[in-house]
Design a binder for this molecule. Structure first.
Ligand code: ADP
Ligand code: MG
Length: 516
């Protein structure tokens, strides 16, 4: 492999081949997920390298499982992944729109001879106007509104068991309520924990759970009026490594004595705080400390570093790092009850002093179903958060479709008009795909819907016009605008690559290397 092959100049027609190949890669990625879009979308069976089965309807999960080597395909997957991280939903929408944009962009470049940079700039302004118009069409909602239920139901409509999971999500959200609002915007990551457990029922618990048992079976199973100490102290003050290979017997004895004395000091100091529950996040625990805690019959368990933050926020405990911290008056946290469910190896912390955390337990009979249901619940919570923070628009592709005419009536000139055509193609594609997946002639239905009023779309069961607002098919505005921006980003990058001579060679190189 030499650099000369990368930089070899290419003939004009080969440049177009690069565009062709890159556009095809985006379309191919979109084709793997487009049939999952919407409530009538189908699932995919994924088989990983270890031959494990996963069934999924989740755009990003499917995309991440693809072993594509085409660099452009990888880029699409990465952008979809970012969409997932930003808003937690709308990945399929983003990828389907991206495919439409590159297809239309390529047509403009190849058939009409528009310069790629013009198309790219046009897409940028088209996305900008479309987002602005969607924002104008959005409706603000609050936690008690029926629209919250609608938006969660819509987001879970295409998921296995979606109705049931939606009702769990809604009850969790209403249980934390305005406690999850920080400076006027909701952050459910801080107040709703979602855990998946096989062989347990789905439920919403007011409180936190720790997915493990207590330190020893001899300590009590339950503590009422829990006074909780989060311990990050050094619980192994005397290290065995201090002993030298040729240490004398007396030295060992001294060290052992020292170890017991220090352990007693620590345990006494911890108990002197009045704590009756000790949650240990120290990296190591000396056996002597552990045995002393057990013999004093205090409820003790290990917690992970991630859990500290949640427990601290929930109970008001301040993690103790140094022995002196134990003397602070507000070091302890409080909860009505701490107990272990021995059958399931779970510790519950109920009704903490700051009553603002709930845990959703998501069940599943197999690992795959529990994982898929867990993802669905997370999508639902994310959709609700986005809807409460930025408002909602009608779903089923209707909000996107009705933006098109408004964009056209802005009477933009020149290159901006070019962008509008590209973005319009993408905006139209969502309703078309949802209806195609529902067994209708998507194109024909979109034509019908275009003439309808703003909140109207097509009923996926009957194929007839219907008011989406009225039947409660609503999407978070943020999911739509983020998906549109993500699609625009993919399209702009791909259409620009047409001018990048190295890119084609690099992908060829990747292909031939992977074949070796
Ligand atoms: P994504 O990965 O993009 O979130 P989904 O498979 O979750 O894809 O589908 C989301 C789309 O399905 C949204 O456009 C939403 O409005 C639409 N949708 C959900 N329920 C309905 C419904 N009952 N009728 C029409 N469209 C619906
Ligand atoms: Mg979705």
């Amino acid at each position: 492999m030499t650099n000369t092959s990368v930089w070899r100049p290419m003939a004009q027609n080969i440049e177009f081949d690069a565009l062709e190949s890159n556009v095809n890669a985006v379309i191919a990625v979109a084709d793997t997920v487009r049939t999952t879009l919407g409530p009538k979308g189908l699932d995919k069976l994924l088989i990983d390298q270890a031959m494990n089965r996963h069934v999924s309807n989740d755009g990003v999960t499917i995309l991440l499982s693809l072993k594509t080597i085409h660099p452009v395909a990888r880029m699409v997957v990465e952008i979809a992944e970012r969409q997932e991280q930003l808003v937690g939903d709308g990945t399929t929408t983003a990828v389907v729109m991206a495919a439409e944009m590159v297809k239309e962009g390529k047509r403009l470049i190849k058939e009409l001879g528009v310069h790629p940079t013009k198309v790219v700039e046009g897409i940028e302004s088209g996305v900008y106007y479309a987002c602005e118009l969607l924002e104008k069409a959005a409706k603000k909602i609050s936690i008690d509104d029926v629209e919250l239920e609608h938006v969660v139901n819509t987001s879970l409509a295409s998921k296995l068991d979606g109705k049931r999971l939606a009702s769990i999500v809604i009850s969790a959200i209403r249980a934390v309520g305005n406690n999850a609002s920080y400076n006027g915007s909701y952050d459910f990551d801080k107040s709703i924990k979602i855990v998946r457990r096989m062989n347990m029922d789905d439920k919403v618990i007011s409180g936190l759970i720790l997915e493990r048992g207590r330190l020893d079976k001899d300590i009590p199973l339950e503590v009422k009026n829990a006074r909780i100490l989060i311990c990050k102290l050094d619980l192994k003050p005397v290290k065995e490594s201090w002993l030298k290979e040729n240490s004398r017997y007396e030295d060992i004895l001294t060290m052992e004595k020292d170890r017991v004395t220090k352990a007693k000091e620590i345990v006494d100091a911890m108990l002197a705080t009045g704590a009756n529950v000790i949650l240990i996040a120290s990296p190591e625990i000396d056996d002597v400390v552990e045995n002393l805690l057990i013999s004093r019959r205090v409820f003790a368990a290990i917690i992970s570093t991630d859990e500290i933050e949640h427990v601290a926020r929930y109970t008001n405990a301040k993690p103790a790092r140094f022995m002196d911290d134990l003397k602070l008056p507000d070091i302890l946290g409080y909860a009505d009850r701490v107990y272990e469910d021995e059958d399931n190896n779970i510790i519950y912390i109920e009704n903490g002093k700051n009553k603002n955390i709930v845990t959703i337990i998501v069940s599943g009979t197999t690992k795959e179903t529990s994982l898929e249901r867990w993802r669905a619940v997370r999508d639902g919570v994310n959709a609700a958060e986005a809807a409460l923070n930025k408002g909602v628009v009608v779903g089923g592709g209707a909000a996107e479709l009705h933006v098109i005419d408004k964009m056209k009536s802005l009477k933009l000139k020149g290159l901006e008009q070019v962008g509008i055509d590209v973005v319009a193609a993408a905006l139209e594609s969502i309703m078309r795909q949802i209806l195609t997946n529902a067994g209708f002639n998507g194109l024909e239905k979109v034509m019908t819907a275009k003439a309808l009023q703003d909140t109207f779309g097509i009923d996926i069961n009957t194929g007839e016009p219907i008011d989406m607002m009225e039947i409660g098919v609503l999407d978070p505005l943020l999911v739509k605008t983020t998906a549109l921006k993500a699609a625009g980003e993919i399209a702009k990058a791909v259409l620009r690559i047409d001018r990048n001579l190295a890119a084609d060679d690099l992908s060829q190189q990747a292909l031939s290397e992977s074949k070796r």
